[in-house]
Design a protein around this ligand. Structure first.
Ligand SMILES: Nc1ncnc2c1ncn2[C@@H]1O[C@H](COP(=O)(O)OP(=O)(O)OP(=O)(O)O)[C@@H](O)[C@H]1O
Ligand SMILES: [Mg+2]
Length: 256
């Protein structure tokens, strides 16, 4: 099992769209994949069709006695599974911060135990913050992917994630690694400015060859509660996410 955390404390950089479509693309390759929605906004859950009243969520797994296996649901797509979230989970960080007995950054690890080994990939859609909830993901994932807006030359968000990874690695036996920065919402090829890429290069971090183009098809797919790759497989973003999936698999060749 390989755990991928899609992380950036900046909001609206396409963490959720990337999580959902990378998970979907892997499942289309016949690879058993679980998407874990770690965000109380529950956009990934909604993008994969939502949940019915009373269905268990990540909240029940972390704070009630539901086992992780019982909370995982099948989606309408073969090989793609979801551990959903709901707005109840918006209080998760506050609850964890009040914890006095169990290390608050270890809840997810305790909940998972070895129970996700059946999945080839587990993808964590993180909330736009680098707090104790994100620390829980940094304690269980193997790699981080940092989506970053193609038009935004600010590297602050990337630096913050790198710093959080460094801290998490102080208590990990095998460190979490950066797979790469992913440029998202690129308006046109030319607008992915060399300047922005140069800025990222100064950090000496890997940058995915693939970047994700901006298309109105993404918002449309969200309103249909579908991954854009399922909604319109031939649009630019769908092709880009398919290419990203190949790049991720190539990166891991020999590792899975
Ligand atoms: N390739 C794209 N083309 C057009 N719009 C996009 C694309 N990717 C994402 N978006 C839009 O950008 C917005 C933010 O995307 P998304 O929800 O994935 O970001 P996020 O980083 O998960 O946000 P948050 O920090 O709130 O969790 C959404 O409205 C989505 O429709
Ligand atoms: Mg999101």
């Amino acid at each position: 099992m390989t755990g991928l955390a899609i992380m950036n404390n900046k909001g609206g950089v396409a963490k959720t769209i990337t999580s959902v479509n990378l998970a979907y693309a892997l499942s289309r390759r016949n690879i058993k994949t679980l998407l874990v929605d770690m965000d109380g906004q529950a956009n990934a859950t909604s993008n994969l069709g939502g949940i019915k009243e009373g269905e268990p969520t990540i909240y029940d797994v972390l704070f009630r006695s539901t086992t992780i296996v019982d909370a995982i649901k099948e989606t309408q797509y073969d090989k793609l599974y979801l551990l959903p979230s709901s707005d109840e989970f918006l209080s998760a960080s506050a609850i964890l911060r009040q914890e006095e007995l169990v290390p608050p950054q270890m809840y997810l690890r305790h909940a998972i135990k070895g129970d996700l080994d059946d999945f080839t990939f587990v993808i964590y859609d993180c909330p736009p913050s680098l707090d104790v909830l994100t620390a829980n993901v940094l304690n269980v994932a193997d790699y981080v992917i940092i989506p970053s807006l193609a038009a935004d030359s600010s590297i602050q968000g990337i630096l913050r994630v790198l710093n959080a990874m460094k801290k998490a690695n102080l208590i990990r036996m095998i460190g979490i690694k950066l797979m790469g920065v992913l440029l998202t919402r690129a308006k046109e090829r030319l607008l992915v400015t060399q300047h922005n890429i140069e800025q990222i290069r100064t950090l000496d971090v890997p940058l995915f060859r693939t970047y994700i183009r901006d298309t109105t098809r993404v918002a449309q797919s969200e309103s249909m509660h579908m991954p854009v790759m399922a909604y319109d497989p031939s649009c630019s973003a769908s092709k880009d996410y398919a290419a990203l999936c190949e790049e991720v698999l190539q990166f891991l060749v020999g590792g899975i």
